[in-house]
Design a protein around this ligand. Structure first.
Ligand code: FAD
Length: 512
């Protein structure tokens, strides 16, 4: 049996891994986490996926307990601004499409031809809640979709049957600190020190990590959470990192933490605004915004990117310090090799356009628990883990490529390049299909990667890749039920907007 795990790195990945292993295995596995006081965490990673609720529920943490301690807020989806043309926006919500007579409302929206009504506002309730800046919870704490309220207990992404309507924004450092406290209380041994060397045995497996002041740390299994450095997986074991920069060229970011002029004016969504050489995020936390500009340094220098970002989000705040980050975009050939598993930025990263970094960590720790080895390290188990991790990353990679290729925008060298860059075959086929009809679960990326067909179609329709005609079948059908469903959705949205408090109002009530 594996009795001891050593985790190197105390960022979001390190602490999510440590706490999840403790919640899963309790005292039967000793967990040691070593993190450097000198090497800082990446300091970004503040918008999540709705699936993250499984993680917090698994740990037994109640939202109204942890959220206020992490400057947390709600995220009903992502608002994409200026991706089609300046001044336009649409939402990619956490909401599945409803249907009528066997066809989704998106298909009906194409067929009924009222394109004066934006697709997202016709087909999703969430768009209205975002526009009205509503909280997904009533002041008494109940969720607007009452059937999804309550803890899931120890469930995992495999049991994600319903689409939960929201995710969170939170302060990345505060979450790491909060999880550290949780982990240490439950027996995680916390060592603050620099790992200076990683030892290997005669087979090349990791045998120990050496620290500056705490001697040698040993375990049966090692988890590399050292961020983009990949100290164990790449530097020691020499695992090859496959770059995605040929198809996803954004390789740098500059981030700013900006106090909101009006703290009470709070959007319940992440905004992704198209910029001259990339896009900018706005992540509203309870009292400040996280802002950043993700760009390709082929097209803009870091200095110009910082100027463009400051002009957009903090024109009078030269005092705010910018955090310039070089991003390693791609994934390891395999993230589990011998007795070492890389989780977090040391494993894989695609740019944060769909907030998938923390989702990848959650997916990885869940899969690690499911594929947890014994001393024999059955290679079939390791291979099965690697297949799943690689599929998830490759699916998101394809989905993100589609964002750039489908966006109408073509007004700068950067945006022109997004239309001419070579496409992987898988994406080419999907884009071709999407010109004819909407995609389904068979025609999107076929393995689990966190996104369903509604997301792929929402992005295509929002960005401007709209099939010229609706499915011919719909011409043979009576549209009465579909029209009734559109009307019902509109009425429900108006009811919700009237009943729910603003996002700030609700969060203020749990922050008191
Ligand atoms: P890090 O935070 O870099 O932590 C590395 C740890 O390793 C640190 O504790 C450090 O001290 C330790 N360490 C390194 N070397 C040593 C050593 N020699 N000895 C001891 N300790 C060592 N994800 C999302 O889900 N949503 C987002 O909105 C999002 N936005 C992002 C924006 C940008 C620009 C980037 C780059 C990433 C973003 N991510 C996002 C990804 C997210 O930030 C990461 O997935 C997450 O923070 C995990 O980081 P990490 O723990 O792997 O690495």
């Amino acid at each position: 049996m594996i009795r001891s795990v050593v985790i190197v790195g105390g960022g979001t990945a390190g602490w999510m891994s440590a706490t999840y292993l403790k919640a899963a295995f309790g005292e039967s596995v000793d967990v040691t986490l070593v993190e450097s006081a000198q090497v800082s965490r990446i300091g970004v990673g503040e918008a999540t996926f709705s699936t993250v609720r499984h993680f917090f529920d698994y740990l037994g943490l109640a939202e109204n307990e942890w959220l206020p301690k992490c400057a947390g807020s709600y995220k009903l989806g992502i608002r994409f601004e200026n991706w089609r043309k300046p001044g336009e926006h649409f939402y990619h919500p956490f909401e599945r499409l409803r249907g009528a007579d066997g066809f989704s409302l998106a298909e009906w929206w194409l067929a009924l031809g009222d394109r004066s009504q934006p697709f997202d506002r016709s087909c999703f309730i969430t768009a209205a809640l975002c526009e009205a800046k509503r909280s997904p919870r009533m002041l008494d704490g109940s969720l607007f979709v009452s059937s999804l309220d309550g803890s899931l207990g120890k469930s995992t992404l495999d049991e994600q049957r319903a689409q939960f309507p929201y995710a969170y924004h939170f302060d990345a450092d505060a979450v790491a600190r909060y999880l550290a406290e949780y982990g240490i209380e439950r027996g995680v041994r916390h060592v603050v020190d620099n790992v200076t060397e990683v030892g290997q045995d005669s087979r090349g497996w990791i045998s120990e990590v050496r620290t500056e002041n705490h001697g040698v740390l040993t375990g049966d299994l090692y988890i590399d959470c050292t961020g983009f450095r990949g100290m164990l997986i790449n530097k020691t074991l020499g695992v090859r990192f496959q770059s995605f920069e040929d198809v996803l060229p954004n390789n740098r970011a500059v981030a700013l933490r900006v106090p909101r002029a009006d703290a009470t004016d709070m959007d319940p969504y992440t905004t992704a605004t198209a910029m001259s050489a990339g896009w900018a995020w706005t992540i509203p936390l309870f009292r400040r915004n996280g802002n950043g500009y993700v760009y390709a340094d082929q097209f803009i220098t870091p200095e110009r990117a910082e100027r463009e970002l400051r002009a957009k989000v903090a024109p009078d705040r030269d005092d705010l310090e910018a955090n310039h980050i070089r991003m390693r975009i791609g994934r390891n050939e395999n993230s589990w090799v011998h007795n070492c598993v890389a989780i977090g930025l040391s494993s894989a990263f695609v740019e944060p356009l769909e907030s998938t970094g923390i989702f990848f960590i959650q997916h990885a720790v869940e899969q690690l628990v499911k594929h947890f080895p014994d001393q024999g390290f059955d290679q079939r188990m390791t291979a099965a883990y690697n297949r799943r991790i690689n599929h998830a990353v490759d699916g998101v990679k394809e989905f993100l490529i589609l964002h750039y290729r489908s966006a109408d925008r073509e007004d700068t060298a950067y945006w022109k390049d997004t239309k001419t860059r070579p496409l992987p075959d898988g994406v080419k086929a999907k884009l071709d299909l999407a010109e004819s009809h909407l995609l389904d679960e068979e025609t999107i990326y076929p393995h689990y990667h966190g996104f369903e067909s509604y997301s792929w179609n929402t992005m295509n329709l929002g960005l401007g890749r709209i099939p010229l005609t609706a499915r011919p079948a719909l011409r043979h059908l009576d549209p009465t039920n579909a029209l009734a469903e559109f009307a019902k959705l509109k009425a429900e949205a108006a009811e919700m907007v009237a009943a729910l408090p603003s996002c700030y109002e609700y969060l203020a009530s749990i922050n008191d």
